[in-house]
Design a binder for this molecule. Structure first.
Ligand SMILES: C[S@@+](CC[C@H](N)C(=O)[O-])C[C@H]1O[C@@H](n2cnc3c(N)ncnc32)[C@H](O)[C@@H]1O
Length: 332
């Protein structure tokens, strides 16, 4: 029976030179809201500000809330802008990377923040206090992904009743056999639809496990974004064939980055697991939050795909990039 393997990015992030420069996260592209990418927005602003506004409007997050935790905060850019709007009583940044955590400490030096160097899968089970908001921006694609799961081999396991592993350890500690059994458990417990998948497919194992473990905490809201493999662009951007997400095939796609790979996310599985675990769920496209411009210039650009200067090239790149992104808000 062919056994699946696990894609991990932890060695990259805990290594000597993790960098976000290679992957152009949306948050870093927008920077402080004054650069070239921010010109795609109706009202140019830093990403963290837009998130803060959205969370207040769509998620009833009070401006003066209790604790906010960001997992995988990169360079601290999102949190810096978020704290211009929100005034939480307590702030925690959790990151697996010593190098990036150091950058966050420098960027956020003027704020009273607790920094913790931890893998989220080790940290979450230790969280015993209420948290108002957990932020995971462009990180769940880094969580362990099972690759090469064979549907034929899974069938046998799906018949057996599976129980959640007793251990709350890191998914990377699981043997290939345990991984396989636990993938089968997730698929049967949450009745995940295997139709329209190829014979061998990839499963966002870490992302699904994260939601299961989140349900056992006192976190009342989670904001999660990532590249999606089942993304549908909102109107009017749905009218432009050239920017439709290319990977809308339900099988998470490998994204090759410098010295590591990540996988985009099948959000409908996340939604199903979260609903079964009694979360209130809201899904969104990132363009809903960013409020990107839609005017004559953008219409021409998206139709012609012919930028006439560098600024338009950057604009087009931004739209093509953002097209694949979506997110999910969970409340419990
Ligand atoms: C792609 S970067 C995103 C950074 C930032 N959120 C942004 O949007 O620009 C992923 C971040 O998650 C962190 N990370 C990756 N896996 C992690 C894990 N298992 N536990 C905690 N942090 C992790 C990385 O060190 C990095 O800071």
């Amino acid at each position: 029976m062919p056994l699946p393997s696990l894609n991990l990015t932890s060695d990259y992030y805990t290594g000597a030179h993790p960098s976000l420069l290679w992957e152009m996260t949306i948050c870093q592209s927008l920077g402080d809201g004054t650069g070239a990418f921010a010109k795609a927005l109706e009202k140019p602003a830093a990403y963290g500000r837009l998130i803060a506004d959205y969370l207040q409007q769509s998620f009833a997050l009070p401006r003066e809330c209790g604790e906010i935790v960001e997992i995988g905060g990169g360079y601290g850019t999102l949190m810096a802008a978020l704290l211009e709007v929100l005034k939480p009583q307590q702030i925690t940044m959790v990151d697996i990377s010593p190098t990036l955590l150091q950058k966050q400490q420098e960027r956020l030096a003027q704020h009273p923040i607790t920094f913790q160097r931890k893998d989220i899968f080790a940290w979450l089970p230790t969280l015993k206090r209420p948290v108002d908001l957990l932020i995971l921006n462009e990180i769940i694609g880094d969580f362990p992904t099972i690759t090469g799961l064979s549907r034929a081999s899974l069938q046998a396991h799906l018949q057996k009743s599976q129980t959640e592993p007793e251990t709350l350890g890191l998914p990377s500690d699981f043997s290939p056999q345990e991984l396989f059994a636990d993938a089968a458990r997730l698929i049967s417990t949450y009745n995940l639809d295997l139709n329209n998948l190829p014979e061998t497919f990839n499963l966002n194992y870490g992302a699904l496990l994260f939601i299961e473990r989140l349900a056992k905490t006192q976190v009342s809201r989670a904001f999660i974004t990532e590249h999606g493999c089942d993304t549908v662009l909102p109107y009017p951007f749905s009218l432009y064939p050239a920017i439709q997400p290319e990977s809308n095939n339900l099988n998470p796609r490998r994204i090759q980055l410098k010295d590591h790979d990540e996988y985009n996310i099948r959000f409908d599985y996340l939604e199903q697991v979260a609903k079964d675990l009694n979360f209130k769920v809201k899904r969104f496209h990132l363009m809903d939050i960013l409020k990107v411009r839609f005017d004559d210039e953008i219409n021409y650009l998206l139709t012609s795909q012919q930028p006439i200067n560098e600024e338009q090239e950057i604009l087009l790149e931004f739209y093509e990039h953002v097209a694949e992104y979506q997110g999910i808000l969970l409340e419990q």
